[in-house]
Design a protein around this ligand. Structure first.
Ligand code: HXC
Ligand code: NAP
Length: 291
């Protein structure tokens, strides 16, 4: 009997023909780290020019270096996606450089584990502002430019499975990702007449070295992650990148308003006899709540 889902091909293999994105540019938020960097690198391997938009210079530099390593062209632009005028400026920079994007990947997000009763109003606002509002502002900027020039485009919004299930310990992020999924469906219908596809893409647990200390700390507190997944393994960032390039490729032109989950069926997992419930604050080793 096979022990879990097979390993994917090695890093560097591409699922699509060489040059699939030659002449195209892809605007990817948060592409200096983790999954965004993996997606950007895969688009670059297939010939796309990449625009990386994020806040921190060290992340912009790291993303640009990864694209250079695969021989790609890259424009790295400092941009906080909570600020619509910074997004407009980033698109202006891309257009001036001759890289007007035909693909947008809304990958940037914010997240940290915190019991809902401990969450400050500003913590809630920050996560919703980056994850949901930032996604809408970028999508709006992209679509307005394509409507103006009557050119087609493709938007991919990166989500999370707790958009459907709720996410104990992640009330802010789960609510924001549910908003992103819903927004994907609305925008797909509104903009299809103008040739703009809008899809969602959801990774399962895909650990990587750039994960924030907060997320890594929470993962490290508990047992080995592979055996907790039906696939008997966590996901590889390149598996998400292959799905992203497919969704934005000419082979997926009739797919819109769909959210694709790449998680080895983990989000549907239920046990015949459910394990004992442990309150989130206990899972996080916190003292009982007091006002
Ligand atoms: C409780 C916290 C907190 C924490 C921040 N806050 N970290 N509250 N627990 N661990 C609160 C702060 O106290 C503050 O509220 C408010 O949040 C804003 O914090 P700032 O540090 O001022 O915000 P900012 O500098 O804008 O940074 C945003 C950030 C940061 C979200 C806090 O972590 C960040 O930049 N993250 C980007 C990368 C990221 O989050 N990646 C994760 C994606 S992974 P007060 O009230 O004090 O002012 C993902 C899914 C992974 O989404 C799933 C794995 C299981
Ligand atoms: P990550 O490495 O922490 O990346 C998050 C990125 O978002 C960073 O590069 C960060 O760059 C950028 N960002 C944050 N706030 C921003 C802002 N205000 N403006 C512009 N950029 C901002 O996380 P990841 O694991 O790669 O996650 C990528 C996506 O996958 C996210 O949408 C996440 O929710 C989703 N996801 C990941 C997993 C997983 O297992 N990894 C699971 C489920 C869902 P700066 O700091 O430079 O701004």
């Amino acid at each position: 009997m096979y022990q879990g889902l097979p390993e994917p091909p090695a890093l560097g293999a591409s699922a699509l023909p060489d040059g699939t994105f030659s002449g195209a540019s892809v605007f990817i938020t948060g592409a200096g780290t983790g999954l965004g960097k993996a997606i950007a690198t895969e688009f670059a391997r297939l010939g796309a020019a990449i625009i990386i938009a994020s806040r921190k210079p060290e992340h912009l530099a790291s993303g640009a270096a990864a694209i250079a390593e695969v021989g790609g062209r890259c424009l790295a632009v400092a941009c906080d996606i909570r600020e619509p005028e910074q997004i407009t400026a980033a698109f202006d920079r891309a257009a001036e450089a001759g890289f007007m994007p035909s693909i947008l990947v809304n990958n940037a997000a914010a997240n940290f584990a915190v019991p809902a009763e401990d969450m400050s109003p500003n913590a809630w606002r920050t996560v919703v502002d980056i994850t949901l509002n930032g996604t809408f502002f970028c999508a709006r900027e992209f679509a307005r430019r394509h409507l103006d020039t009557a050119t087609p485009g493709s938007i991919i919004n990166i989500g999370a499975t707790y958009a459907w299930t709720g996410g104990p310990g992640f009330a802010h992020s789960a609510a924001a990702k549910a908003g992103v999924k819903n927004l994907t469906e609305t925008l797909a219908v509104e903009w299809a007449p103008y040739g703009i596809q809008v899809n969602g893409l959801v990774p399962g647990l895909m650990p990587h070295d750039d994960m924030t200390a907060d997320i890594q700390g929470n993962l490290a507190r508990t047992h080995d992650k592979d055996v907790c997944q039906p696939a008997m393994r966590v996901g590889r960032p390149r598996e998400l990148a292959w799905a992203a390039t497919f969704l934005a490729s000419p082979y997926a032109r009739f797919i819109s308003g769909h959210t694709l989950v790449v998680d080895g069926a983990n989000w549907q997992r239920r046990a015949l006899t459910m394990p004992e419930v442990v309150p989130v604050r206990e899972q996080m080793g916190r003292e009982p709540f007091t006002l």
